[in-house]
Design a protein around this ligand. Structure first.
Ligand SMILES: Nc1nc2c(ncn2[C@@H]2O[C@H](COP(=O)(O)OP(=O)(O)OP(=O)(O)O)[C@@H](O)[C@H]2O)c(=O)[nH]1
Ligand SMILES: [Mg+2]
Length: 355
């Protein structure tokens, strides 16, 4: 009886080849000779619809098999994120703020800008979360049928997970950088202020190189909401400092979003004063307690479309990727030593010079 080496192919069960090559497929094996439990395991894997794709390549000579697990493109759970941080120079950004403050819209813009080309000096070098990025951007597109850009509410189940994007610097002399983006649900934000245990359970924030506290510019325009939003931003950072989740190892960002709504308010109005006051409070209360402080005003999805946004999003992204207090950033090699066209030629030139 014939079966297939590929875990997801059900040829042994229903006779259908997953690659459409029928009985001529080179992956077919004689299952009568394959007496191990392996075939049963594969059939079980295929029938329970396991979402991890396993490519099994048997080595005929040694009898050993190699497996390669391909990620399914969703957000990385903490265990997968740990694997990324342990194997490479990774930067982790935690982003937190009230419900609907614009956190996810901002992260989705990074992916969208890479679809148009490079972002500043950085080129896209892969992502383990492409499916999730696509999902996030879908509702913001005309094709989705939405009359205005919209975004799904982020569930608490993403609090300790990360979106992944790898980038490489345009000069080609630096190793690629893995960026992990941890999007904390707006539901968790007030709870983390009021309950110590909720705050301490924000595992990614503890490892974060950057903490971005997002304040809804639209809420700052509204006099019934602005005080609550501003005080929660200050209380959230205070809480994280108190629990030791952030400190000199963390670069802090205050990001006022929905700048289009803020700009529509008269310049001398109370909302501008409130924003200015909040920025000053961050400077005064936190700048000496963290590894760096940045203040931004952005519009990730401006409603009227008149505000230029690419430049500010690029600068924010570049700051995330290029700065950390956790380990020294590598100094780029002088470009004069690298003039080979292929990686192989470069290797010879660089190492040839030093020997
Ligand atoms: N006017 C305006 N609206 C925006 C902007 N950015 C995002 N929005 C809108 O704000 C709403 C909330 O955005 P989200 O990105 O989902 O907010 P969030 O902070 O991730 O919210 P939660 O997932 O609920 O915590 C969406 O309808 C967005 O379209 C902006 O720059 N200007
Ligand atoms: Mg969200």
């Amino acid at each position: 009886m014939k079966g297939c080496k590929l875990a997801l192919c059900g040829f042994g069960i229903d006779g259908k080849c997953i690659e459409g090559r029928g009985s001529a497929c080179p992956n077919l094996i004689n299952t009568l000779e394959d007496t191990s439990d392996e075939v049963t395991d594969r059939a079980a894997l295929a029938s329970n619809g396991d979402d991890v794709t396993e490519i099994v390549a048997d080595n005929a000579n040694t009898g050993l098999s190699e497996t390669e697990v391909l990620h399914h493109g969703t957000a990385l759970e903490i265990i997968d994120a740990r694997e990324v941080t342990s194997r490479s120079r990774a930067i982790l950004v935690s982003i937190a703020g009230m419900v609907e403050s614009g956190k996810t819209s901002l992260l989705a813009r990074f992916h969208q800008q890479f679809q148009m080309g490079s972002v500043g000096d950085y080129e896209f070098a892969g992502s383990l979360s492409l499916m999730r990025f696509e999902e996030l951007n879908w509702r913001a597109t005309v094709e989705s049928g939405a009359h205005a850009p919209s975004m799904e509410h982020t569930s608490r189940r993403y609090d300790n997970s990360c979106l992944h994007v790898a980038v490489s610097h345009k000069d080609g002399n630096q190793p690629h950088i893995d960026l992990l983006l941890n999007d904390i649900s707006g539901d968790t934000y007030p709870d983390a202020i009021s309950a110590l245990t909720v705050c301490e359970n924000l595992m990614c924030t503890r490892r974060a190189d950057h903490l971005a506290v997002v304040v809804d510019g639209g809420a700052m325009v509204d006099r019934t909401r602005r005080h609550d939003h501003a005080s929660k931003a200050l209380n959230f950072v205070n809480r994280l400092l108190q629990t030791g989740q952030i400190g000199p190892q963390t670069i802090l960002h205050l990001i006022i979003t929905k700048e289009d709504e803020l700009k529509a308010a008269p310049r001398d109005s109370a909302c501008h004063q409130a924003v200015h006051h909040l920025e000053e409070s961050f400077e005064r209360d936190f700048s000496h307690r963290v590894g760096g402080l940045h203040k931004w005003r952005v519009a990730a999805r401006p409603m009227d479309g008149t505000l230029p946004t690419v430049d500010i999003i690029t600068r924010l992204f570049s700051t995330f990727v290029s700065t950390t207090q956790r380990y020294p950033m590598p100094t780029p090699l002088p470009s004069s030593t690298v003039y080979g066209e292929r990686d192989f030629s470069r290797y010879g030139l660089i190492h040839g010079d030093s020997e």
